[in-house]
Design a protein around this ligand. Structure first.
Ligand code: SF4
Ligand code: SF4
Length: 331
């Protein structure tokens, strides 16, 4: 699966699996290399957010693409493996890889970087009480607990959802909007309410920016009983054994309110290994530390080029596979 007419996909998340699946559909030899011991990336750890119907959260997409890649004769999967060196020339990229069977050096015509973007660590913003105030969880903690079947709150729990954690905040995270988390948090909260109809949700947000274009989803949810407050909380603290949120109410001024659970919706950060991988591949990162989508024979797709949701990652992976084929064909 190597040689000047083949493609190496670095990173086996949603975008990488989609790119590899598209390449194999086109009959292009592809190797996908993934540091973890499984494909699917962070997206594959998300729970299904169905309510009484499929809510099109796309959490099942990475698994679908993984199955396709693993069954494709033109695709090879290397898990628990890493790129340790690379040399780029006019004909392609010579890549040294560490695999469970030892080091190998192989040539590829095009490399697609799809290493994803890590979630913001909410403990870096101590005002929000993550790790110090009981009952404060990140959105990923909640998501994974639901998927594992370990999520537990009383049926009548009062839950606060705090948006834009680590996003649109240069002091504590990143200055940009992480794009996926408005839609994601609403779908996750509505999924929680499906099996707990008496659960009360208060949604603290700065803006409503759903990537799927469903601009009325928030007002429909509010009409269904959710409390929607346009405010960025100043602090989450312990009050009588419960997590409490201090915020400025747009109409009433400073307020504080206790909940049973506070969920911090975390954004996406530039990939930690971006600088070292970019240096190996002799490409530049953008000013924020994300990969640039196309630099010669090194292409990039998915959240490592900037925050996006699973659907957009998959679409970018497929489009980038097409671009890789065009480069291999000299177009
Ligand atoms: S994971 Fe998401 S897209 Fe897949 S069935 Fe569940 S709700 Fe639908
Ligand atoms: S998508 Fe929504 S929650 Fe996420 S950073 Fe943008 S405005 Fe904030």
């Amino acid at each position: 699966m190597s040689g000047s007419n083949s493609v190496l996909v670095i990173g086996g998340g949603a975008a990488g699996c989609a790119a590899a699946a598209e390449l194999s559909r086109r009959g292009t030899a592809v190797t996908i290399i993934e540091a973890a011991d499984r494909l699917g990336g962070l997206a594959a750890l998300h729970c299904c957010k169905s309510t009484s119907r499929c809510e099109r959260c796309d959490a099942c997409l990475p698994r679908d693409f993984e199955r396709e890649v693993r069954g494709a004769s033109a695709a090879r999967v290397l898990t628990s493996s890493n790129v340790i060196d690379a040399m780029t020339d006019d004909d392609g990229v010579l890549v040294r890889m560490a695999t469970p069977d030892g080091e190998v050096e192989e040539r590829f015509g095009v490399v697609i970087v799809s290493i994803g973007a890590p979630p913001f660590d909410p403990s870096l913003d101590p005002r929000l009480g993550y790790g110090t105030v009981k009952g404060v969880l990140s959105s990923l903690d909640v998501d994974r607990a639901v998927r594992a079947g370990t999520f537990s709150v009383p049926d009548e729990a009062a839950v606060a959802v705090v948006q834009c954690v680590g996003s649109r905040d240069a002091r504590h995270g990143a200055p940009y909007c992480s794009k996926a988390c408005c839609k994601y948090a609403l779908k996750l909260a509505r999924h929680l309410q499906t099996s707990r109809p008496r659960m009360a949700v208060t949604f603290f947000h700065m803006d409503w920016r759903p990537l799927d274009g469903d601009l009325s989803a928030l007002s429909r949810w509010e009409a269904d009983g959710a409390t929607v407050i346009r405010s960025r909380p100043a602090e989450v603290f312990q009050k009588d054994g419960r997590p409490a949120v201090r915020y400025a109410d747009p109409a009433d001024g400073p307020k504080e309110e206790a909940f049973d659970l506070v969920m911090l919706t975390v954004g996406m950060m530039p990939p930690e290994s971006g600088p070292s991988l970019a240096a190996m591949l002799r490409v530049q990162l953008d000013d924020l530390g994300f990969f640039i989508p196309a630099q010669g024979r090194v292409l990039a797709a998915g959240c490592c080029t900037g925050p996006k949701d699973i659907d957009e990652s998959v679409k970018e992976g497929i489009a980038t596979a097409g671009r890789a084929v065009a480069i291999l064909e000299g177009r």
